[in-house]
Write a new protein. Sequence first.
Length: 278
Amino acid sequence: MRKFTLIKKNKTMYTQLDIESHFDGKLKIAYLNQPDTMNALTKPSLGDLKDFIKECSDDPTVRCVAISGRGRAFCSGQNLDDAFVQGNDHHDDDIIRRIVTDYYNPLVLEITRCKKPVVALVNGPAVGAGAMLALICDFVLANNKAYFSQAFSNIGLIPDTGGTYFLPKLLGRQLANYLAFTGKKLSAEESKSYGLVAEVFTEEEFNSKSMEILEKVSNMPTVGLKLTKKAFANSYNNTLKEQLELEGDLQQEAAETEDFKEGVQAFLQKRKPEYKGK
């Protein structure tokens, strides 16, 4: 079996996450680390995750970011005890709005604006906000035992964590409505067939195959990937003319990077490029 680089764990800065560093710091993986609640999200874990993504985005050493879960689940969504018990204690009738606007929305924006690729490693059930946490990442790699459920409707809520924005764009109006209204569980394979998941691996292969992909992305021209993310994000609102103009601007920016020059030289010299992420 293939061996990977030394793993370093940081358990001091983030109390709700287990952080791994691979490939000389080029890859950082954050594991939601509350397996007894199937990694249900709390205000502290949402805050830690937002801060982790921002730190990785700003760290020039980091070139790829991943999110996963410890134990048998990826994430079971919002921890309702955390929301309602604390809300009742403080007599806060607006607790749901406050959790969404103060904790979920900043995390969604941090992930979608991250200057590095953000990959979801879905190792098990991803439910409600947990499903959307995966789907707002740049792409999803899933264990074949995983499933996804927009379970918000089961307790009378609407999809949040960017769900009402991304689901119609990912699935189209009909299927987005169907899954949001019914909360139907989608297997990893079904999710891949709908374009929600990039790759599905068996339980035995999941870690090694995912790490191979993450290693590749960690060694790609990072600035070019950041500019690709920016172009795709702007395509939601741009006209074709505006998008073509943006492509010209971003292509020029990409062509001025060290990695572009290295890529051209490596092609001409018939060798493998060694990108630095600059």
